[in-house]
Design a protein around this ligand. Structure first.
Ligand code: HEM
Length: 451
């Protein structure tokens, strides 16, 4: 029912706390840009690929991280790449670029395969009994296993289960917007979530620090037996032109935070979309069966499985794990659409580039609400503008883990779908909800059977 009165401040706060995706109504999926006021702040919603390019690429230096990300994530991630700004960000991004090359991602393919196989091994009984499982939870477990193996070869100080539990508690306490932040209450007004999270964060940081110290000692005393993982690569970046010990710690925490729930969400949504589109699922299964029978090297799968990759990319179009990329304008700016219309952007304006609206925009996509993986097959991709599909962002701050995530997804889907089939049940009614990532409200209960 269309509203006749604007929502009250209280209703807006309630929606932001519950599910910000519900803020965006029909005009946000139809208009190329939209100026509004949000908690008294000038806000510009950007849906035009040219304007996306302007704010995230061509004039990116005029746009800094929006305050909300800084308030929520900075206390946890400090100077990690996701929340660093200015010179610290520049130096860190440059120092870490060599760790994220496709060559290194390929080096992690075997680990990804091994962890995916170990995971399916644990799934066999459930599948034999046709159990209904919460796939959202299971995918988080799988991507955590992969991250833990590639980041520190499972050699974490303390137990991995405890470590995973701490991350969950940390994100559910500190990793959320506090209503006091939205109301711009003075800093002395207590933020209860952040207070509750503080001791968990301190414990978590102590474990990461201990893990780093032990590895550093091993690198000095027994260099022959040092595992080749992210931790070793990152510790090797220490130095006057590189990173400090604290910055490496911040980045490890950032990779844990940014690097597993995102991929888990995308995998879960892919399985859900495929279950609702049996013809596409058949194509993906046939492709996987054919490739696994002839190509044991998982490094090659990303190129050999265009349907699997396309299904994953199409699921990220409909359910982008990072639904909103926010910035704040530093100085006044403007952009001309080439048709005589100019968008003026005053300093301080909050910019929302939302994959959520951009990826379902009625002017940009044919049948935007439909799951059509063939859009992303190599022969059709040319029709998609570089700036209309942004699951990993674009420009200088594009996701540094994108290649890693794509390779991980194709390997995990290859292993899972070669053995199991995932089907919806009457209870599968996921409603996309924005927490830190786009997650299914009510989980993703699905029936797993052996193929
Ligand atoms: C940045 C999405 C996986 C680490 C970003 C951004 C997006 C994104 C949209 C840009 C944010 C912005 O411009 O404000 C995703 C999605 C993933 C994924 C959808 C999985 C499907 C990963 C993985 C890692 C990672 C696996 C690390 C191992 C990072 C880091 C940044 C980032 C460190 C900050 C980069 C910078 O500011 O220089 N990610 N990500 N992400 N991502 Fe990812």
């Amino acid at each position: 029912v269309p509203r006749t009165t604007p929502p009250s401040r209280f209703e807006i706060i309630r929606t932001v706390m519950r599910n910000p995706l519900e803020l965006w109504g029909e005009p946000s999926f139809r208009l190329e840009w939209l100026k509004t006021r949000f908690f008294n702040e000038r806000t510009l919603i950007v849906n035009h690929p040219g304007l996306v390019r302007h704010v995230l690429v061509d004039n990116a230096q005029n746009y800094k991280m929006a305050t909300i990300r800084q308030m929520v994530l900075r206390p946890i991630l400090r100077d990690g790449l996701l929340t660093a700004e200015g010179e610290t960000w520049k130096r860190s991004r440059k120092a870490m670029a060599p760790v994220f090359t496709p060559r290194h991602a390929r080096g992690f393919a075997e680990q990804m395969l091994e962890q995916s196989r170990a995971f399916t091994g644990r799934y066999e009984t459930a599948a034999a009994n046709g159990e209904v499982r919460d796939i959202a939870v299971d995918m988080t477990e799988l991507t955590f296993d992969i991250l833990s193996a590639t980041l520190f070869s499972g050699q974490v100080a303390g137990t991995e289960a405890e470590f995973a539990g701490d991350i969950d508690r940390l994100l559910s306490t500190m990793g959320r917007v506090d209503p006091m932040d939205l109301l711009k209450a003075p800093s002395w007004v207590p933020r209860f979530r952040r207070m509750l999270g503080k001791p968990i964060l301190a414990k978590f940081r102590a474990i990461v620090e201990e893990t780093m110290t032990r590895r550093q000692a091993l690198m000095q005393t027994d260099p022959q037996n040092v595992p080749e993982d992210f931790l070793t690569l990152l510790i090797g970046l220490q130095g006057p032109d590189g990173l400090s010990f604290d910055e490496i710690e911040d980045n490890i925490i950032t990779f844990i935070g940014a690097g597993h729930e995102t991929t888990a969400r995308a995998l879960g949504w892919t399985l859900y979309c495929l279950a609702n589109s049996p013809q596409d699922r058949e194509k993906v299964e046939a492709e996987i069966d054919e490739v696994l029978a002839r190509e044991p090297d998982p490094v090659k799968w990303l190129d050999l499985m265009p349907w699997t990759r396309a299904a994953f990319e199409e699921a990220m179009r409909l359910y982008p794990p990072a639904p909103s990329i926010n910035r704040a304008a530093i100085a006044d700016d403007s952009w001309d659409n080439g048709k005589g219309e100019t968008v003026t952007i005053e300093a301080g304006t909050t910019i929302l580039v939302m994959p959520w609206t951009l990826h379902r925009h009625t002017k940009l996509w044919d049948r935007p609400e439909a799951f059509i993986p063939s859009r992303f097959l190599p022969e059709n991709r040319g029709a998609i503008d570089r700036y209309q599909y942004l699951p990993f962002g674009v420009g200088p701050r594009i996701c540094i883990g994108a290649t890693f995530a794509l390779q991980e997804a194709v390997i995990a889907l290859g292993v899972l779908l070669s053995r199991f089939r995932f089907d919806c049940t009457d209870a599968t009614k996921p409603w996309p909800m924005q927490k830190l990532t786009t997650q299914p409200e009510g989980g993703l209960p699905m029936r797993v059977t052996r193929r």
